[in-house]
Design a protein around this ligand. Sequence first.
Ligand SMILES: [Mn+2]
Length: 376
Amino acid sequence: MKLLHASDFHLDSPLSGLSPEKSALRRRELREIPARLAALAKEEGVDLVLLPGDLFDGARVYPETVRALAQALEDMAAPVFIAPGNHDCYHNKSPYAAASWPDNVYIFTAPEMQGFELPGLNCVVHGCAFTAPRREDDPLRGFTAPDDGRLHLLCVHGEVGLVGSYAPIDPKSLERSGAAYAALGHVHAAGSGKAGRTLWAYPGCPEGRGFDELGPKGALIVSFGESARLVVSSPDGPTFTPVDLGVQPVAAKFVPICRRQYRIETVSLDDFTAWMSQGESPNLVRFLLSGESPFAPDLPALTAQAASRFFHVELQDRTTLPSDLWARAEEETLTGLFLREMRARLNEADETEREKLLLAARFGLAALEGGEDIRL
Ligand SMILES: [Mn+2]
Protein backbone atom coordinates (compact mmCIF):
# COMPACT_ATOMS: atom_id res chain seq x y z
CA MET A 1 0.00 0.00 0.00
CA LYS A 2 1.48 3.30 -1.16
CA LEU A 3 0.17 6.86 -1.05
CA LEU A 4 1.02 10.31 -2.34
CA HIS A 5 0.86 13.13 0.19
CA ALA A 6 1.06 16.76 -0.99
CA SER A 7 -0.33 20.06 0.27
CA ASP A 8 -0.13 23.84 0.25
CA PHE A 9 -0.03 24.39 -3.52
CA HIS A 10 -1.37 27.94 -2.96
CA LEU A 11 -2.55 28.07 -6.57
CA ASP A 12 -3.11 31.58 -7.98
CA SER A 13 -0.85 33.20 -5.38
CA PRO A 14 0.10 36.79 -6.11
CA LEU A 15 3.89 36.60 -6.55
CA SER A 16 5.61 39.75 -5.42
CA GLY A 17 9.23 40.80 -5.97
CA LEU A 18 9.30 39.66 -9.61
CA SER A 19 8.67 41.45 -12.90
CA PRO A 20 5.08 41.09 -14.25
CA GLU A 21 6.33 38.64 -16.94
CA LYS A 22 8.21 36.48 -14.45
CA SER A 23 5.29 36.46 -11.96
CA ALA A 24 2.96 35.37 -14.77
CA LEU A 25 5.37 32.56 -15.69
CA ARG A 26 5.65 31.49 -12.03
CA ARG A 27 1.83 31.48 -11.71
CA ARG A 28 1.65 29.17 -14.75
CA GLU A 29 4.32 26.92 -13.22
CA LEU A 30 2.31 26.80 -9.99
CA ARG A 31 -0.77 25.83 -11.98
CA GLU A 32 1.17 22.86 -13.40
CA ILE A 33 1.76 21.41 -9.90
CA PRO A 34 -1.31 19.12 -9.96
CA ALA A 35 -0.31 17.70 -13.36
CA ARG A 36 3.24 17.04 -12.13
CA LEU A 37 1.79 15.29 -9.07
CA ALA A 38 -0.48 13.20 -11.30
CA ALA A 39 2.60 12.10 -13.27
CA LEU A 40 4.35 11.20 -9.99
CA ALA A 41 1.28 9.30 -8.75
CA LYS A 42 1.28 7.20 -11.93
CA GLU A 43 5.04 6.67 -11.93
CA GLU A 44 4.96 5.46 -8.32
CA GLY A 45 1.74 3.50 -8.82
CA VAL A 46 0.12 4.91 -5.67
CA ASP A 47 -3.14 3.48 -4.30
CA LEU A 48 -4.28 6.69 -2.65
CA VAL A 49 -3.70 10.47 -2.69
CA LEU A 50 -4.01 12.71 0.41
CA LEU A 51 -4.11 16.50 -0.07
CA PRO A 52 -4.53 18.24 3.30
CA GLY A 53 -5.38 21.74 2.25
CA ASP A 54 -4.35 25.19 1.07
CA LEU A 55 -4.48 23.97 -2.52
CA PHE A 56 -5.79 27.45 -3.44
CA ASP A 57 -4.22 30.61 -2.07
CA GLY A 58 -7.56 32.33 -1.55
CA ALA A 59 -11.21 32.51 -2.51
CA ARG A 60 -10.44 34.22 -5.85
CA VAL A 61 -9.47 31.42 -8.17
CA TYR A 62 -9.27 31.44 -11.97
CA PRO A 63 -11.69 28.96 -13.62
CA GLU A 64 -8.79 27.48 -15.61
CA THR A 65 -6.93 26.78 -12.36
CA VAL A 66 -9.91 24.80 -11.02
CA ARG A 67 -10.21 22.94 -14.35
CA ALA A 68 -6.48 22.10 -14.37
CA LEU A 69 -6.71 20.79 -10.79
CA ALA A 70 -9.85 18.72 -11.48
CA GLN A 71 -8.28 17.21 -14.61
CA ALA A 72 -5.06 16.30 -12.80
CA LEU A 73 -6.96 14.73 -9.89
CA GLU A 74 -8.95 12.59 -12.34
CA ASP A 75 -5.68 11.58 -14.05
CA MET A 76 -4.32 10.32 -10.72
CA ALA A 77 -6.58 7.29 -11.21
CA ALA A 78 -6.73 6.61 -7.43
CA PRO A 79 -8.99 7.83 -4.63
CA VAL A 80 -8.09 11.46 -3.79
CA PHE A 81 -8.94 13.11 -0.44
CA ILE A 82 -8.89 16.86 0.14
CA ALA A 83 -9.03 18.44 3.61
CA PRO A 84 -9.60 22.20 3.01
CA GLY A 85 -7.29 24.51 4.98
CA ASN A 86 -7.31 28.09 6.22
CA HIS A 87 -6.57 29.56 2.76
CA ASP A 88 -9.11 27.43 0.90
CA CYS A 89 -11.69 26.83 3.64
CA TYR A 90 -14.89 25.05 2.72
CA HIS A 91 -18.10 27.08 2.31
CA ASN A 92 -20.97 27.00 -0.15
CA LYS A 93 -19.29 29.44 -2.57
CA SER A 94 -15.80 27.90 -2.42
CA PRO A 95 -14.51 26.14 -5.56
CA TYR A 96 -14.84 22.88 -3.61
CA ALA A 97 -18.63 23.41 -3.44
CA ALA A 98 -19.18 25.40 -6.64
CA ALA A 99 -17.14 23.39 -9.17
CA SER A 100 -17.80 19.82 -10.21
CA TRP A 101 -15.13 17.32 -9.23
CA PRO A 102 -14.27 13.90 -10.67
CA ASP A 103 -15.81 10.78 -9.07
CA ASN A 104 -12.49 9.69 -7.52
CA VAL A 105 -12.26 12.90 -5.45
CA TYR A 106 -13.62 13.12 -1.90
CA ILE A 107 -13.65 16.53 -0.18
CA PHE A 108 -14.09 16.84 3.59
CA THR A 109 -16.66 19.55 4.30
CA ALA A 110 -17.16 19.60 8.09
CA PRO A 111 -14.94 20.68 11.00
CA GLU A 112 -15.67 17.39 12.78
CA MET A 113 -13.62 14.31 11.95
CA GLN A 114 -15.24 12.03 9.38
CA GLY A 115 -14.11 8.60 8.24
CA PHE A 116 -14.17 7.28 4.70
CA GLU A 117 -13.72 3.54 4.18
CA LEU A 118 -11.69 2.08 1.36
CA PRO A 119 -12.46 -1.66 1.68
CA GLY A 120 -10.24 -2.57 -1.29
CA LEU A 121 -7.22 -1.21 0.60
CA ASN A 122 -8.41 -2.37 4.07
CA CYS A 123 -8.01 1.26 5.03
CA VAL A 124 -9.97 4.19 6.48
CA VAL A 125 -9.13 7.84 5.75
CA HIS A 126 -10.20 10.26 8.52
CA GLY A 127 -10.27 13.99 7.92
CA CYS A 128 -12.00 17.31 8.44
CA ALA A 129 -12.19 20.78 6.91
CA PHE A 130 -11.57 24.37 7.83
CA THR A 131 -14.92 26.12 7.31
CA ALA A 132 -13.50 29.56 8.20
CA PRO A 133 -10.03 31.14 7.79
CA ARG A 134 -9.26 30.48 11.46
CA ARG A 135 -9.73 27.63 13.84
CA GLU A 136 -8.53 27.69 17.43
CA ASP A 137 -9.56 24.21 18.60
CA ASP A 138 -7.68 20.94 18.12
CA PRO A 139 -9.42 19.09 15.26
CA LEU A 140 -8.25 15.73 16.67
CA ARG A 141 -9.47 16.35 20.21
CA GLY A 142 -11.33 13.25 21.41
CA PHE A 143 -10.67 11.30 18.20
CA THR A 144 -9.52 7.69 18.34
CA ALA A 145 -9.60 5.28 15.41
CA PRO A 146 -10.86 1.79 16.29
CA ASP A 147 -8.19 -0.87 16.76
CA ASP A 148 -9.76 -3.15 14.15
CA GLY A 149 -6.78 -4.31 12.14
CA ARG A 150 -7.47 -1.83 9.34
CA LEU A 151 -4.97 0.84 8.30
CA HIS A 152 -6.17 4.19 9.71
CA LEU A 153 -4.89 7.37 8.08
CA LEU A 154 -5.45 11.05 8.87
CA CYS A 155 -5.75 13.88 6.34
CA VAL A 156 -5.89 17.17 8.25
CA HIS A 157 -4.81 20.81 7.84
CA GLY A 158 -3.36 22.24 11.04
CA GLU A 159 -0.24 23.04 13.05
CA VAL A 160 1.32 20.60 15.48
CA GLY A 161 1.39 22.49 18.78
CA LEU A 162 -0.76 23.39 21.75
CA VAL A 163 -2.17 26.79 20.72
CA GLY A 164 -2.67 28.88 17.59
CA SER A 165 -5.27 30.11 15.13
CA TYR A 166 -4.74 27.39 12.53
CA ALA A 167 -6.09 24.23 14.11
CA PRO A 168 -3.43 23.50 16.74
CA ILE A 169 -2.90 19.73 16.97
CA ASP A 170 -1.73 18.49 20.37
CA PRO A 171 0.93 15.76 19.89
CA LYS A 172 -1.03 13.82 22.54
CA SER A 173 -4.09 13.91 20.24
CA LEU A 174 -1.96 12.44 17.46
CA GLU A 175 -0.76 9.75 19.84
CA ARG A 176 -4.33 8.93 20.92
CA SER A 177 -5.60 8.92 17.31
CA GLY A 178 -4.25 5.41 16.78
CA ALA A 179 -3.55 6.29 13.14
CA ALA A 180 -0.54 4.80 11.39
CA TYR A 181 0.09 7.99 9.45
CA ALA A 182 -1.11 11.58 9.73
CA ALA A 183 -0.92 13.47 6.41
CA LEU A 184 -0.77 17.09 7.54
CA GLY A 185 -0.81 20.37 5.69
CA HIS A 186 -0.09 24.00 6.63
CA VAL A 187 3.66 24.13 7.32
CA HIS A 188 5.55 25.02 4.12
CA ALA A 189 8.82 23.25 4.99
CA ALA A 190 8.89 19.45 4.84
CA GLY A 191 9.22 17.82 8.22
CA SER A 192 7.85 15.10 10.40
CA GLY A 193 7.73 13.55 13.83
CA LYS A 194 6.46 10.62 15.80
CA ALA A 195 3.68 10.66 18.37
CA GLY A 196 3.25 7.26 19.95
CA ARG A 197 2.90 4.88 17.02
CA THR A 198 1.68 7.61 14.68
CA LEU A 199 4.08 9.07 12.12
CA TRP A 200 3.00 12.58 11.16
CA ALA A 201 4.48 14.60 8.33
CA TYR A 202 4.26 17.81 6.35
CA PRO A 203 5.37 17.56 2.70
CA GLY A 204 5.75 21.38 2.54
CA CYS A 205 4.68 23.42 -0.46
CA PRO A 206 5.59 21.93 -3.88
CA GLU A 207 7.00 25.24 -5.24
CA GLY A 208 8.69 28.02 -3.27
CA ARG A 209 7.08 31.45 -3.64
CA GLY A 210 9.63 33.60 -1.82
CA PHE A 211 12.89 33.68 0.12
CA ASP A 212 11.03 32.26 3.13
CA GLU A 213 10.38 29.01 1.19
CA LEU A 214 13.89 27.80 0.36
CA GLY A 215 15.46 24.80 -1.30
CA PRO A 216 13.95 21.79 -3.02
CA LYS A 217 10.17 21.51 -2.69
CA GLY A 218 7.97 18.53 -3.46
CA ALA A 219 5.71 15.81 -2.15
CA LEU A 220 5.92 12.65 -0.04
CA ILE A 221 5.51 9.08 -1.20
CA VAL A 222 4.52 7.03 1.84
CA SER A 223 4.58 3.24 1.86
CA PHE A 224 3.41 0.87 4.54
CA GLY A 225 5.03 -2.41 5.50
CA GLU A 226 8.60 -1.51 4.55
CA SER A 227 11.42 -0.67 6.94
CA ALA A 228 10.54 2.47 8.86
CA ARG A 229 11.98 5.88 8.14
CA LEU A 230 11.41 9.36 9.40
CA VAL A 231 11.80 12.44 7.25
CA VAL A 232 13.72 15.33 8.77
CA SER A 233 14.18 18.78 7.28
CA SER A 234 17.63 20.24 6.65
CA PRO A 235 18.79 23.47 4.95
CA ASP A 236 19.56 21.54 1.74
CA GLY A 237 16.16 19.89 1.73
CA PRO A 238 14.77 16.96 3.63
CA THR A 239 17.02 14.06 4.53
CA PHE A 240 16.01 10.69 5.87
CA THR A 241 16.84 9.06 9.16
CA PRO A 242 15.71 5.49 9.81
CA VAL A 243 13.60 5.04 12.95
CA ASP A 244 11.72 2.17 14.45
CA LEU A 245 8.04 2.97 14.41
CA GLY A 246 7.00 -0.30 16.01
CA VAL A 247 4.00 -2.25 14.82
CA GLN A 248 3.21 -0.47 11.57
CA PRO A 249 6.36 0.36 9.65
CA VAL A 250 5.95 3.40 7.44
CA ALA A 251 8.44 4.73 4.89
CA ALA A 252 8.17 8.37 3.82
CA LYS A 253 10.20 9.44 0.80
CA PHE A 254 10.55 13.08 -0.22
CA VAL A 255 10.35 13.64 -3.98
CA PRO A 256 11.23 17.11 -5.29
CA ILE A 257 8.81 18.26 -8.01
CA CYS A 258 9.58 21.99 -8.08
CA ARG A 259 10.54 23.75 -11.30
CA ARG A 260 12.74 26.26 -9.52
CA GLN A 261 14.22 26.79 -6.08
CA TYR A 262 14.60 29.88 -3.97
CA ARG A 263 18.11 29.83 -2.52
CA ILE A 264 20.15 32.09 -0.25
CA GLU A 265 23.91 31.72 -0.76
CA THR A 266 26.54 33.35 1.43
CA VAL A 267 29.64 33.92 -0.72
CA SER A 268 32.76 36.04 -0.63
CA LEU A 269 33.24 38.58 -3.43
CA ASP A 270 35.81 36.25 -5.04
CA ASP A 271 33.53 33.23 -4.91
CA PHE A 272 30.76 35.31 -6.39
CA THR A 273 32.89 35.78 -9.50
CA ALA A 274 33.33 32.00 -9.64
CA TRP A 275 29.53 31.55 -9.43
CA MET A 276 29.21 33.89 -12.38
CA SER A 277 31.35 31.62 -14.56
CA GLN A 278 28.99 28.67 -13.99
CA GLY A 279 26.18 27.83 -16.40
CA GLU A 280 22.67 29.20 -16.34
CA SER A 281 20.47 28.46 -13.35
CA PRO A 282 16.67 28.15 -13.27
CA ASN A 283 16.70 29.25 -9.63
CA LEU A 284 15.87 32.43 -7.75
CA VAL A 285 18.99 33.27 -5.78
CA ARG A 286 19.85 35.84 -3.14
CA PHE A 287 23.59 36.21 -2.61
CA LEU A 288 24.86 37.53 0.70
CA LEU A 289 28.28 38.94 -0.11
CA SER A 290 30.57 38.22 2.82
CA GLY A 291 34.20 38.70 3.75
CA GLU A 292 36.38 41.77 4.08
CA SER A 293 36.61 44.60 1.62
CA PRO A 294 37.92 48.15 2.01
CA PHE A 295 35.21 49.33 -0.41
CA ALA A 296 31.48 48.69 -0.53
CA PRO A 297 30.71 46.30 -3.43
CA ASP A 298 28.87 47.91 -6.33
CA LEU A 299 25.63 45.96 -5.97
CA PRO A 300 23.75 47.35 -9.02
CA ALA A 301 26.70 46.58 -11.32
CA LEU A 302 27.23 43.07 -9.89
CA THR A 303 23.49 42.34 -10.06
CA ALA A 304 23.37 43.45 -13.71
CA GLN A 305 26.37 41.23 -14.44
CA ALA A 306 24.67 38.21 -12.84
CA ALA A 307 21.13 38.83 -14.14
CA SER A 308 21.36 36.74 -17.31
CA ARG A 309 22.58 33.65 -15.45
CA PHE A 310 19.67 33.25 -13.07
CA PHE A 311 15.88 33.27 -13.38
CA HIS A 312 16.11 35.89 -10.65
CA VAL A 313 19.10 37.19 -8.71
CA GLU A 314 19.54 39.72 -5.95
CA LEU A 315 22.53 40.74 -3.83
CA GLN A 316 22.97 41.95 -0.30
CA ASP A 317 26.17 43.43 1.05
CA ARG A 318 27.37 41.74 4.23
CA THR A 319 31.05 42.57 3.81
CA THR A 320 33.03 44.14 6.63
CA LEU A 321 36.08 46.40 6.70
CA PRO A 322 39.43 44.59 6.62
CA SER A 323 40.52 43.74 10.16
CA ASP A 324 44.09 44.99 9.61
CA LEU A 325 42.60 48.41 9.00
CA TRP A 326 41.75 48.76 12.68
CA ALA A 327 45.40 48.28 13.57
CA ARG A 328 45.89 51.79 12.21
CA ALA A 329 43.49 53.18 14.82
CA GLU A 330 46.49 53.64 17.14
CA GLU A 331 48.27 55.93 14.68
CA GLU A 332 48.61 59.57 15.77
CA THR A 333 47.20 60.76 12.47
CA LEU A 334 43.87 62.03 11.27
CA THR A 335 43.13 58.49 9.96
CA GLY A 336 43.93 57.06 13.42
CA LEU A 337 41.66 59.58 15.12
CA PHE A 338 38.87 58.87 12.62
CA LEU A 339 39.19 55.07 13.07
CA ARG A 340 39.10 55.38 16.89
CA GLU A 341 35.92 57.45 16.66
CA MET A 342 34.27 55.03 14.19
CA ARG A 343 35.27 51.99 16.25
CA ALA A 344 33.68 53.49 19.35
CA ARG A 345 30.46 54.23 17.47
CA LEU A 346 30.35 50.79 15.80
CA ASN A 347 30.68 49.11 19.18
CA GLU A 348 27.55 50.93 20.39
CA ALA A 349 25.52 50.55 17.18
CA ASP A 350 22.59 48.26 16.46
CA GLU A 351 22.32 46.27 13.20
CA THR A 352 20.78 49.00 10.99
CA GLU A 353 23.05 51.71 12.38
CA ARG A 354 26.08 49.45 11.86
CA GLU A 355 25.39 49.30 8.13
CA LYS A 356 25.33 53.10 7.86
CA LEU A 357 28.42 53.51 10.03
CA LEU A 358 30.33 50.95 7.97
CA LEU A 359 29.50 52.87 4.83
CA ALA A 360 30.47 56.15 6.54
CA ALA A 361 33.79 54.61 7.63
CA ARG A 362 34.47 53.50 4.05
CA PHE A 363 33.67 56.92 2.59
CA GLY A 364 35.67 58.64 5.32
CA LEU A 365 38.73 56.48 4.75
CA ALA A 366 38.55 56.95 1.01
CA ALA A 367 38.49 60.73 1.52
CA LEU A 368 41.29 60.73 4.11
CA GLU A 369 43.58 58.41 2.18
CA GLY A 370 42.89 59.99 -1.19
CA GLY A 371 41.53 56.64 -2.38
CA GLU A 372 38.37 56.28 -4.34
CA ASP A 373 35.26 54.40 -3.39
CA ILE A 374 34.13 52.50 -6.47
CA ARG A 375 30.58 53.65 -5.84
CA LEU A 376 31.50 57.33 -6.16
MN1 LIG B 1 -2.43 26.83 5.91
